[in-house]
Design a protein around this ligand. Sequence first.
Ligand SMILES: *Cc1c(COP(=O)(O)O)cnc(C)c1O
Length: 386
Amino acid sequence: MDRSDILNHLGENRENYFGAVSPPIIQTSNFAFKDLADFKAAMADELGSHMYTRGNNPTVQILRKKLAALESAEDSLVFASGSGAIANAVISQVNQGDHIVCVESAYSWTNKLLKDFLPRFGVHTTFVDGRDLKAIERAIKENTKVLYLESPTTMHMELQDLAACAKLAKKHHLVSIIDNSYSSPIFQRPIEFGIDIVLHSGTKYINGHSDIVCGVVCASKKIIDQIFQREYMTLGGIISPHDAAQIIRGMRTLELRVSKSDQSAKKICTFLEDHPAVEEIYYPHHHTFPQLELAKKQMSGCGGLFAVKFKTNSKEKMEAFFTKLKRFLLAVSWGGHESLILPAIALYDIPGRENPDMPVGFTRFYIGLEDAEVLIEDLKVALEEL
Ligand SMILES: *Cc1c(COP(=O)(O)O)cnc(C)c1O
């Protein structure tokens, strides 16, 4: 099925709701049955029917069908946050005494789950440089059950070879899981490379309007059924039908949005490359990127997220630079309509936290939907401070 059909029509059975072009928000917690036989059939197959909204709500189901199709997966589940989706998926694949191999510098709350949370239940993780396939293989032990990937990572944009990792996981009987938030399903579809479970922070590109927090798990019917029966129904981290309808609406323009961000980010990287204040650009499709060949092989685009190392070592100069920017908001997150900047020094000297492993001049940029030329003008002026 072509992508425009998925985004505009798939899962929307309009004949069931007056031909409405936009799907209804089925704002109900509970569903009634016409007779005992119907009721019992639903009891026997809660995911395949509509019984209670902690299980399968019809509006959420439309969204699930679209997300699964976009990722070439058989099925999907949607959660109240990306972190919720990650925790549910990882927990579903481990028991006490099991071991996980995870890439270094994965998303901060993923690290927290693996480093602090799961050890309380006897599950331990080894972190490895995901760019090094041999290091991944060396870390696999007899009790390893999961290979956890995030490609690219979202600060330094480090990639893992998805086809090779999927093969390695199969050889060692591991379940491979990837956080695919950076690329969105438009630019990278890991299941097509043999990865088992694909995760998203839907808060980023998928909803794309900076007004909803949500998460996605895509996998085979068998894995989704398992997660549904256990973690999904028990932990109850669902999104509301209202949020699901908003996300369906946000996704109508998913392809347009990520393409625009991609084109603008490329123009801005080209501008920055020639600027004397810039030392290095971290963007997988940029011609100086060390893993460019792999990036071209497994990603058809990059979107709007990249990082820059400026030459300066002065916190004052960095602060003057981003204070002068008028078109970039100082914020975490990304994937919405608005352009953002996250300077490393914003993460320095926070009580109770270690300083990040990033120099003073390191800054992450997210390019939203403003015109690239306007953003470049803004950068030109502010860069005088460096
Ligand atoms: C934001 C983010 C998450 C967490 O998603 P939430 O929706 O904020 O819970 C996970 N992984 C990556 C790569 C992210 O950028």
